[in-house]
Write a protein that binds this ligand. Sequence first.
Ligand code: GTP
Ligand code: MG
Length: 165
Amino acid sequence: MDLLNLPASVLCTLVGPPGSGKSTFAAHYPDSWRVCLDVYRRLATDSEADQSATPVAAEIQALLLDARLSRGLTTLVDSTNVFAHVRTSLIARARYWQRPAVAVLFDVPLPTVEAQNAGRDRVVPLHIVREHHQLLPDADQLQREGFTAVHPISELLATPGAPRR
Ligand code: GTP
Ligand code: MG
């Protein structure tokens, strides 16, 4: 199922705070499309929250990004991506391989994010959720950064007949 009619060979960057629904959204797509720092941190340390493994996780993600983009395979980046420098480097990889780069913006209200975060097994500390929510860019900023298309999840969910994320 393709909720967004993603173009072929696209690099699709999910942008949203912890608990905003990025992995739930990504689960609508084939698992092999997804790159996710949490997964690689867990594979390296048995703990997805162990930030000491972020450098190695980032290396694994970069290798997979290049492997997939070079082959023209659609790729979803399932991390918060709220920091501009992280998005800049993702856009650079897409450009290097001459692939389109789109963003899905999880512009979910803070109270909803807090409730979703609180209601799951892996609860991220509240101050981190709030910090990340504050850093969330808007669609105009993402477009200025170079994303070829930006899909706010609020608009996607407002579409009649849209599935639950
Ligand atoms: P991180 O991996 O921590 O960055 O979070 P995430 O953005 O991947 O959030 P995730 O997809 O894990 O969703 C967090 C919680 O919210 C989960 O328990 C989901 O089941 C729930 N959730 C996600 N999307 C929706 C939604 O549209 N509606 C409702 N009611 N719950 C949702
Ligand atoms: Mg997630």
